[in-house]
Design a protein around this ligand. Structure first.
Ligand code: SF4
Length: 235
């Protein structure tokens, strides 16, 4: 039985669970996506709320224990970069290296992303914003499960609403499916833009995957070149 002082956190957890469930129902209606299709996700709705700042979202996240990943993290990796970035990269989860470094996209995968941003996007890490679908590193680098994604993704949506980027690059299948509300495999999703509110979403390969499948780098480079051209068009 809950003691009175424990009821409020319990109520907040229940409300977060209900919102996550409603989000999953809303997102589950989208199966087949065409390029530039308007995605009926919360991303578009959150974009209409322009009052919130990244600092407010971070404050609301707090010392989060909304899902079980809180037990495995050293640090919440909220995200970093330009709060007015035109391009946001979203991965599936912080890596173990990110967890020990305290920032998103550290280590060898971070170096690969820096190389892409510099050479293909012709920009720099401080001009873009980097974050993940979930903010805590899963144990042993496993993929975050559905409950963990549903608990955490509202914060990413609010980050995107605060930043208002032109383009979001989803790195890997988990990030692409979560952002687009699709269950299609990445090979079907990547290589095209999808419209979500005022933003375009470009799914491409996960950086960890590229380290073992060098042959897929060519596809990723092509996706990044599309992003670079789109950014140049709207500069
Ligand atoms: S992954 Fe997200 S929802 Fe889960 S504990 Fe970390 S910050 Fe909270």
């Amino acid at each position: 039985m809950n003691q009175p002082e424990n009821i409020q956190p319990e109520l907040q957890r229940l409300l977060a669970g209900m919102k996550a469930y409603l989000d999953s129902v809303r997102l589950s209606g989208i199966r087949v996506l065409s390029p530039y299709q308007r995605i009926q996700s919360c991303v578009a709705k959150e974009q209409q709320n322009d009052a919130e700042t990244l600092e407010a979202v971070r404050d609301d996240l707090g010392i989060c224990s909304r899902c079980g990943l809180c037990r495995h993290r050293t640090t919440i990796i909220f995200g970093q970069g330009n709060p007015r970035a035109r391009l946001v990269f979203v991965g599936q989860a912080p890596t173990l290296a990110d967890d020990s470094e305290g920032q998103a996209f550290s280590g060898a995968e971070g170096d690969m992303l820096t190389n892409i941003i510099t050479r293909v996007i012709k920009s720099s890490r401080c001009d873009v914003y980097l974050s993940n679908i979930v903010k805590c590193s899963p144990p042993d680098g496993r993929i975050p499960d559905t409950d963990e994604i549903l608990a955490c993704i509202p914060f990413l949506r609010r980050q995107l609403a605060a930043i208002r980027p032109s383009i979001v690059c989803a790195l890997g299948q988990v990030a692409a499916q979560a952002l687009l509300g699709s269950d299609s495999p990445l090979d079907e999703l990547r290589g095209r833009f999808y419209r979500a509110g005022d933003m375009l979403v470009m799914p491409t390969h996960d950086l960890a995957f590229l380290r073992v499948r060098e042959d897929k780098k060519r596809e990723t480079w092509a996706d990044m070149q599309m992003i670079e051209r789109e950014l140049a068009k709207t500069a």
